[in-house]
Design a binder for this molecule. Structure first.
Ligand SMILES: C[S@@+](CC[C@H](N)C(=O)[O-])C[C@H]1O[C@@H](n2cnc3c(N)ncnc32)[C@H](O)[C@@H]1O
Length: 296
């Protein structure tokens, strides 16, 4: 993920019509309270964040996004020998994906490991899909197009994962996808989780044979760990396939320096300055479960 930070900065500058280093510095300074507010929100076990404002999104893109793109890539590397794609085209669905760093993690993994892949179609679902559109444009225009030589299409639709039968309208997309990812959204699901589980049940029933479902989240949220446990038991009880990787195998940690370029000086000087609540993150602790639908 060469240059991921600078590409994100270029996308943010384009969106905000920032054309000089001085204006960029001012803008990054202006983002500090947004970054602080995000950090404070993520310190709660049950997270509620209003992502509608682009400044909040920009803080997310610069602070968390590269790490979460790397997290998705790590998951696919970890599953590597169990995944074999022989097709030239792949379709994948990402739920609670917001700006969709998962797509960058997956496409860089596929680009490096499956040279036969010519095109990809990524379906992004999020309760705030409309609000995230500027950030998704950065994902598409500044990252995916740079990292993938083939043709990649991103389509986004609003979906509330807590709505009853929320996946019924997208059944066609589900039955045509081989990869399904829920990443870093479990702790935003609140407490009434029965509907969420039923929705996962629908997804598991409709997923094509041999397709893969991945549920991944930060290790340090009790709410997410509990939910991951419930999801795994729920899916197992459905007897529709195998757990390729159980969350009970425990968390995985990676250091950003091993997977990402260094954070540019301008970000460290004007946004993630090292002050309380603005300390750049250098590692990620996450856990995940992966399920594969039966071949018949
Ligand atoms: C922390 S962000 C994670 C974004 C991305 N998956 C990543 O790894 O960076 C959580 C996302 O979950 C979405 N979300 C929260 N509640 C949701 C719900 N009920 N249905 C769908 N998406 C939801 C938010 O809008 C947000 O984009």
């Amino acid at each position: 993920m060469d240059d991921i930070y600078n590409r994100i900065i270029a996308g943010i500058c384009d969106r905000n019509r920032i054309s000089s280093e001085v204006s960029l510095r001012q803008y990054l300074r202006h983002l500090q309270p947004h970054a602080l507010k995000l950090w404070q929100s993520y310190r709660n076990d049950n997270v509620t964040v209003d992502y509608t404002d682009f400044d909040t999104q920009a803080a997310y893109l610069l602070r968390y996004y590269p790490l979460y793109a790397a997290m998705t890539r790590q998951i696919f590397e970890d599953l590597n020998q169990n995944i074999l794609f022989s097709t030239q085209h792949i379709q994948a669905c990402f739920f609670g994906a917001g700006p969709a760093p998962e797509t960058v993690g997956l496409i860089t993994y596929l680009e490096d490991n499956f040279p036969c892949l010519l095109s990809a179609q990524f379906k992004i679902y999020d309760i705030a899909a409309d609000s995230w559109r500027h950030s998704r444009r950065i994902t598409n225009n500044y990252l995916i197009k740079e990292y993938f030589l083939g043709l990649c299409k991103l389509n986004a639709s609003p979906i509330d994962l807590l709505d009853i039968n929320t996946f019924e309208p997208i059944e066609y997309d589900i039955t045509n996808s081989m990869i399904f990812v829920f990443q870093n959204c479990l702790n935003e699901m609140g407490n009434d989780l029965n509907t969420f589980l039923k929705n996962i049940g629908f997804l598991v029933r409709k997923m094509p044979r041999r397709s893969i479902l991945i549920i991944a989240d930060q290790s340090n949220y009790r709410s997410s760990n509990r939910l991951m446990n419930r999801i795994e038991s729920y899916i197992l009880a459905m007897r529709q396939g195998n757990i390729m990787r159980s969350h009970t195998q425990g968390g995985i940690t990676f250091q950003s320096r091993d997977l990402l370029p260094p954070i540019p000086v301008v970000i460290k000087k004007y946004l993630l300055t090292g002050e309380h609540g603005l300390i750049p993150r250098h590692s990620v602790d996450f856990n995940y479960l992966a399920f594969r639908k039966n071949a018949k």
